[in-house]
Ligand binder design. Structure first.
Ligand code: THU
Length: 137
């Protein structure tokens, strides 16, 4: 995956983040997924007055790609800022993303600086995940 594509996905996540719907937490998150063909899909967190109905930005981006028939996901970009630092995806998003590609690259962007703060993979963030592959352990 070339650097220009990653920078475009970072810029797209930062721009999408402005549309986050987070009236309850005030915590704005933008995300993009990059497919193996080089397409970019974006998402934001969408909160709800019934808090458990809230969906994270990462899953909205993933579901947008799936809706377009693109399920070959190479990377996910997460843009947020907590005390001046990037944030790592929640457990539900890690599991959801892992089903599509455990080797997926995870690119964490500091939304204040606009810079990539950390790079990892879903496999590193979610060892021993649940799958229907048998045996699972
Ligand atoms: N959130 C995300 O969108 N992605 C994350 O990686 C962490 C949490 C959202 C969910 C909720 O709207 C707010 O951030 C606080 O949890």
């Amino acid at each position: 995956m070339n650097k220009e594509l990653i920078q475009k996905a970072v810029a797209t996540a930062l721009k999408a983040r402005k549309n986050a719907y987070a009236p309850y937490s005030g915590f704005m998150v933008g995300a993009t997924v990059i497919t193996k063909k080089g397409r970019i899909f974006s998402g934001v967190n969408v909160e709800n007055s019934s808090f458990g109905a809230t969906v994270c930005a990462e899953r909205v981006a993933l579901f947008s790609a799936i809706t377009a028939g693109q399920d070959d996901i190479a990377a996910v970009v997460v843009a947020a800022s907590l005390d001046g630092h990037a944030v790592s995806p929640c457990g539900i998003c890690r599991q959801t993303l892992a089903d599509f590609n455990p080797a997926m690259r995870v690119i964490l962007v500091n939304a204040e600086s606009g810079k990539i703060e950390k790079e990892t993979t879903i496999a590193a963030l979610l060892p021993d995940r649940f799958t229907f592959d048998s045996p699972n352990l």
